[in-house]
Design a protein around this ligand. Sequence first.
Ligand code: PLP
Length: 420
Amino acid sequence: MSAYPEHLDVAAIRADFPALARTVRNDNPLVYLDSGATSQKPVQVLDAEREFYERHNGAAHRGTHLLGEEATDVYEGARAKVAAFLGAGPGEVVFTKNATEAINLVAYALSNDRSGSFRVGPGDEILITEMEHHANLVPWQQLCERTGATLRWLDVTPEGRLDLDHLDSMITGRTRIVAVTHQSNVTGTIPPVAEIARAAHEKGALVLADAAQSVPHQPVDVAALGVDFLAFSAHKMLGPYGIGVLFGRASLLEAMPPFLTGGSMIEVVRMEGSTFLPPPQRFEPGVPAVAEAAGLAAAVDYLSRLGMGHVAAHEESLTAHALDALREIDGLRILGPDTTKDRGGAVAFEVEGVHPHDVGQVLDELGIAVRTGHHCAWPLHRALGVQASTRATFYVYNTHGEVDALADGIRYAQRFFKAG
Ligand SMILES: Cc1ncc(COP(=O)(O)O)c(C=O)c1O
């Protein structure tokens, strides 16, 4: 059972999300079970962006006029809010485009460092897991290609957990960074990141957590997790597209070379060369996404008002219901753990005799939005012995009735395709 009471007033929450009032195919009410891909946005977030454009639109960190000053306040206010949400210092929050860019920032900083303490080269190792989203896999493959370092990974068990039996031997004195998901976007598995971080630090390796699926859904405190870097996207946590976050420990950001370069991140520019600002500005070239930062701040306020413990408890109860309901369906196999222990609200499954795309299409005809395919986690699907799956993901606005609609919809798909 969750440590938190399930305390969300879901009816009141739903009233904040205009998209949820829509009808979709065949005049069916929308049952949105794809928040793992992107969440819906409440009016509070939409209003924050609109208010910025209507009243304060100016370029942050430039110019001396009032609107520029207000834009800077909005942008830096959002940074402070995100930092407090994570238990970090404001200087430790870098705004990026999304989680993918945040992870690339770290990977490129490592290969851009030609002389300093981050230098990666032949003989060095990068440790990831077989459970990763491609966003936390391909950048590390590319880093290894650029530097001659070796990519290693922890396997997953048939149940979809991380196989930690060999953790101690997989992290060696040559491991430069361990990059691990904090919640699988396919199986919902929550690996023991704090334990992995301790083991990595004992060997002198850095640790990055891909928190794209955890920060939106559970309380996350970077100090308690003990990670050096943590990445996530606003659009999966009720916020807008186009802005993401890299948390980095202050001393590390201070020592890291830039990733993307240009205006706004420089100290002095001469034709012969340039020097760079301290973090976080060093990592934020170009005119910043201020309206998006305003939207993200409103999303953080919204989630904080609900209480992340309550958010997690609500999703745990939906996940438990979904696991129970789907287990009852003949010919359906749930990928990943079949209890809610150390597991979040992503439930992927295969239906014997029906291709995942067909399951998705039939559900769509009923107004139920799910994701189908490999969900940008191809190696994980291979490890679990499937090509693709159908995935339902839950959030603050989902109801138990919607979980029942999903189960009924899957049965209908089985009848339609004469399977099961
Ligand atoms: C676990 C995980 N990591 C990273 C990402 C990448 O997020 P984005 O596409 O917003 O950069 C996703 C998106 O689905 C994800 O689920």
